[in-house]
Write a protein that binds this ligand. Structure first.
Ligand SMILES: Cc1ncc(COP(=O)(O)O)c(C=O)c1O
Length: 265
């Protein structure tokens, strides 16, 4: 989230007398957003921040862990995440009333009665004890996983990051990313092939890669929604590619990815 665009959006919302109930900030591809600026703006407009740290468990921003910046934060333990319980996730906050409210809604909004009594519609969003136990086991390997992801990124950086037209996702000073997915941008005029050429060349070798996240304002489902953009996310979507980054990937498999990219030039 671009703090300048956030400010613009909140200004416009305040002028029309309809501030949002919350700002959902995503720590994209395992790297925290710029919370010093975002939280300062959000506080000024008195709008709560929800941090989506699904991809960023184990990341830090100015030595503070991902998931500690919003009024509420969430993590995902889906199968493709840094650590997994096969499915499910976790909500964290330091406001007891909100935590109790979330527990209530996640537990079918049951009232304290011997029968099932509902004054509100709730959800069945609990993480089972069994999955929570798996999660606790996985926590012990979190650092190893992050280190391995970073090692994979570093090798890509070293072997393809210097090619003309390739830009690896930067990690600004003060940020430590999980490098959940290694992402790069491809400038066709310099590289001689575009993002899609590389993706298809990898696919031809049965190697899956993906464009970076499609911006929300380009999603058909949100076509009618107001968007505050400056072209950066559109450009990243056109040029950006997420490379295979699984922590279980072998060096040999990574070599195949690297060779295929280099051969596209
Ligand atoms: C940023 C982000 N938010 C939310 C989710 C959804 O998490 P879950 O699959 O656990 O619902 C994902 C990916 O799965 C994600 O990458």
């Amino acid at each position: 989230m671009d703090p300048q665009l956030l400010e613009k959006a909140l200004q416009a919302a305040a002028t029309s007398g309809r501030l949002p109930k919350a700002i959902i900030v995503v720590d994209v591809l395992g790297q925290c957003a710029d919370y010093d600026r975002i939280v300062e703006i959000a506080r000024r407009y008195e709008v709560p921040v929800i941090e989506d740290a699904a991809e960023a468990l184990g990341a830090t921003y100015k030595n503070q862990p991902a998931g500690s910046f919003g009024d509420i934060a969430c993590f995902s333990f889906n199968g493709n995440k840094i650590i997994t319980t096969s499915g499910g996730g976790m909500l964290v906050c330091d406001n007891k009333d909100w935590a109790d409210r979330a527990r209530y809604l996640a537990t079918q909004a049951r009232e304290p009665a011997p029968h099932y009594e509902h004054v509100e519609v709730g959800y069945n969003y609990r993480l089972s004890n069994l999955l929570a136990a798996v999660g606790r086991g996985q926590l012990s390997v979190l650092d190893d996983r992050v280190n391995r992801k970073r090692e994979i990124f570093d090798r890509y950086l070293h072997e393809v990051g210097g090619l003309p037209g390739i830009t690896m996702m930067p990690e600004p000073t003060g940020y430590r990313s999980t490098r959940w997915l290694t992402a790069m941008q491809v400038d066709e005029s310099q590289f001689g092939a575009n993002r899609e050429d590389i993706r298809l060349a990898l696919e031809a070798r049965n190697i899956e890669s993906r464009p970076v996240w499609k911006p929300m304002h380009q999603q058909p489902v949100f076509q009618s929604c107001v968007a505050h953009t400056n072209g950066v996310s559109d450009r990243l979507f056109t040029r950006g590619l997420c490379l295979p980054s699984g922590s279980a990937m072998t060096d040999e498999q990574q070599s195949q990815v690297i060779e295929t990219i280099i051969a596209c030039r």
